[in-house]
Design a protein around this ligand. Structure first.
Ligand code: AMP
Length: 371
């Protein structure tokens, strides 16, 4: 294996949101500098990184400047143009691999990749017309979730059908922007969980305990650990994440979201080739957070332990919500994290907090009915 990157080296981060900010903070603790590329002058990560290049992601000169400033490069969101990552790869090592980015950018190629790796997903069909939609809905019992194939996040660009009628279908394709869509069968899940896993440069892997996630309006509201799932379901989700990491020859942290069915079996909903919102709890409940784990993986350091010293519940703080910060800060065993965003637009992720309780006290933190 290559030598680990020495302290003082610089990590380039494409994307300067809160994930980039928390990566930059973790990198700083390990003695690394960071350079961030993000067009927003006030990007949260730009406030804590040593260098901020405020330019578009496809600006060739800015990409070259980032590469020249960095010893290794990573990215913090999956809608980075793949071409930008490929051009950075010509200069410096980039982790995770561009193939992971490519697979996760298109919901269709993501599912094809997963199924080809022996991993189950919701049934799906490509939709490029109202006719395709009608055929797909007929196949999936007249119910399903229609999604844009690309650039969807936090439930944006989605439409749910239940016992769809012919009238509901007319004009849907154009109504969703006339871009390629995917129809997924409507999954009757009992809970949603995710796992944060990591793979190092030499192929070692580690995974945190699965979190149970609650979404509101398509946005993650809350992650609870431990999830109310059986040990065998927990084992399956971890092994599934490891299968994905190996299949992609991945380096870094990945987030994998699952639907858990009544019988405890799981389907993968989606992949995020980056640190993940449902793993923020690790900064409060583990000695090595997902952010440090990612920095360790991409710099060639050994992976950290993933065990938890506490049970916990993480909640997002969204723009437009009324939260009593003083009261939160007065709570014992609560870790608050704010992202330094100037504008609190409704639904925008402004921060999060994690409430800790001693491990094992009071049973699972997810919904009460464990299967
Ligand atoms: P996504 O953007 O694909 O993660 O979807 C956002 C949320 O919509 C998920 O977390 C689920 O709660 C719900 N959802 C997405 N796809 C399906 C599906 N095929 N069946 C049932 N619910 C879904």
């Amino acid at each position: 294996m290559r030598q680990p990157l020495p302290p003082g080296a610089t990590i380039g981060i494409v994307g300067g949101g809160q994930l980039g900010r928390m990566l930059a903070m973790a990198a700083a603790r390990l003695g690394y500098s960071t350079a961030v590329l993000d067009p927003d002058q006030h990007a949260p990560a730009g406030q804590v990184a040593q260098k901020h290049i405020a330019a578009a992601y496809d600006d060739g000169r800015a990409l070259e400047q980032l590469a020249r400033s960095s010893d290794v490069i990573t990215y913090e969101f999956e809608n980075v143009p793949v071409g930008a990552i490929r051009s950075l790869e010509e200069w410096r090592p980039v982790h995770p691999p561009a193939e992971a980015l490519e697979a996760s950018q298109d919901r269709m190629s993501e599912k094809i990749f997963l199924n080809a790796s022996g991993i189950s997903t919701a049934p799906f069909a490509a939709v490029e017309s109202d006719r395709d939609l009608a055929r797909g809905l007929a196949r999936f019992g007249h119910s399903g979730v229609l999604k844009t194939r690309r650039m969807g996040y936090d439930g944006k660009g989605q439409r749910v059908f239940r016992n769809a009628t012919a009238e509901e279908i007319i004009g849907c394709f154009e109504g969703m922007g006339g871009t390629p869509l995917i129809l997924e069968g409507l999954v009757n899940f009992v809970r949603e969980v995710s796992v944060i896993a990591a793979r190092s440069l030499n192929g070692a892997m580690a995974a945190y305990d699965p979190a149970e996630n609650e979404h509101r309006n398509g946005i993650l509201a809350r992650s609870a650990v431990p999830a109310a799932i059986s040990p065998s379901t927990a084992y399956t989700v971890r092994e599934t994440a490891f299968t994905i990491l190996d299949a992609l020859d991945y380096v870094g942290v990945i987030g994998v979201e699952f639907f858990v069915l009544e019988d405890g079996s799981v389907l993968v909903n989606e992949l995020a080739p980056r640190v993940h919102n449902s793993g923020h709890w690790t900064e409060a409940a583990c000695a090595v957070s997902q952010f440090e784990q990612h920095i360790r993986a991409i710099t060639g350091l050994p992976l950290g332990r993933t065990d938890r010293h506490s049970d916990c519940v993480m909640e997002n703080i969204l723009g437009g919500e009324r939260r009593n910060m003083k009261r939160l800060l007065e709570e014992p065993n609560l870790m608050l994290h704010l992202y330094g965003k100037r504008e609190a637009r409704p639904g925008r992720k402004m921060g999060h907090f994690t409430r800790l309780t001693p491990a094992g006290a009071g049973g699972p933190k997810g919904s009460p009915s464990a299967e």
